[in-house]
Ligand binder design. Structure first.
Ligand code: SF4
Length: 349
């Protein structure tokens, strides 16, 4: 179930009934402040709530200070191997540090927790099937669901023993079924917020499907408090896909949902062209609106009645417009786009 506990990452609440946040990760050289900030702004404009940046070198944590200062959204530092980078990142103002207990020494974790506590910084315990601690791997022989979950629970207990509870947990695997099973099991055992995602999901098309199945299944079960879609490609696609998954489950409060039909021999207006243009237009519109675009009256009237703005083919090349369930007027199909855009601007979400 969604976490009972809530943490605060730079003003973004995670868990405890808060809206599910979307995050992504820059793939620039973090030391290149301008390039990293460009990506962060692109992601934020698309509705990304949190941004993670890799901090593998002292140059990257040095740059982090400027990145944190100019980022429009809270910055999470991604740390592996060298715990000193986490201490530097906390010093530089990161809102959260993601650490991988599989490659961070015990004394390093203690130092990170002490620094995080002193600065009010959150931690993500990022357990990855691909980098489990050696003793757990020896016990289970391979990264099974039980191995992943045991590793997560043990590490939660370690942080609790240090009197630290300002953390969230992820148990990612590139195997969709394994990820779902691990998160389901973990959600029964701990009440810390869960960061969900399918790691190394692949390029845009397969990665979108894997993520939608994995993340979508968990969210539909009420599991997950923040998510990242991991794609080999443009980070803006990760934000688009993440938000679309939330939108599909009616979990996104500030986005336009567009319903469009698959078209068939009855289609009377350019459903595909109008829908695509509207999707593009609505990417940066952060209002909760539902728009339907259908090719004919078969399902067109019903969908239009249930939408904030509904259009459907009425005669060849002519659309009928409904607004908040009421029939407004007919118009030539080329007038649909400007009319709907004007309504989007005027309407309250
Ligand atoms: Fe075909 Fe009409 Fe259904 Fe669209 S709404 S798929 S045009 S029957």
């Amino acid at each position: 179930m969604a976490a009972k506990r809530q943490i605060n990452v730079g003003g973004v609440k995670i868990g405890g009934g808060a809206d599910i946040s979307v995050q992504t990760m820059t793939n620039t050289d973090t030391a290149d402040v301008a390039a990293t900030l460009r990506q962060i702004h692109l992601a934020a404009d698309l509705g990304c709530d949190l941004i993670r940046v890799s901090c593998p070198t002292p140059a990257s944590t040095k740059a982090l200070k400027d990145i944190v200062r100019d980022s429009p959204i809270p910055v999470i530092a991604d740390i592996h191997f060298n715990f000193k980078r986490a201490l530097e990142a906390i010093e530089a103002g990161a809102a959260c540090v993601r650490i991988n207990p599989g490659n961070t020494p015990e004394h390093g974790i203690r130092e990170i927790v002490a620094a995080a506590k002193a600065r009010g910084v959150a931690i993500r315990l990022g357990i990855n099937a691909g980098s489990l601690a050696r003793d757990i791997l020896e016990k289970y022989g391979e990264p099974t669901v039980n191995a992943i979950v045991e590793c997560a629970v043990l590490n939660c207990q370690k942080l609790e023993a240090l009197d630290f509870r300002n953390f969230k947990v992820s148990v990612k695997s590139s195997d969709v079924r394994q990820s779902i099973a691990a998160y389901r099991k973990l959600s029964q055992l701990i009440d810390y917020p869960l960061h969900i995602g399918i790691t190394e999901a692949g390029t845009l098309f397969p990665g979108t499907i894997k993520s939608a199945i994995g993340v979508g299944s968990l969210l539909a079960d009420g599991i997950g408090d923040t998510l990242r879609v991991s794609l080999s490609g443009d980070i803006t696609e990760e934000v688009r896909v993440g938000r679309q998954i939330l939108k599909s489950l009616n979990l996104l409060k500030n986005a336009v949902d567009i319903v469009s039909c698959p078209t068939c021999a009855r289609t009377l207006i350019d459903v595909v062209g109008i829908s695509k243009a509207l999707e593009e237009y609505c990417e940066n519109v952060h209002k909760k609106l539902k728009i339907s675009v259908l090719g004919c009256v078969v399902n067109g009237i019903g969908e239009a009645r249930g939408a904030d703005i509904g259009v459907f083919g009425f005669q060849k090349g002519v659309a009928k417009l409904f607004v908040r369930g009421k029939e407004e007027r007919s118009m030539p199909e080329e007038e649909v786009l400007p009319a709907v855009k004007e309504l989007i601007q005027k309407m309250e979400g």
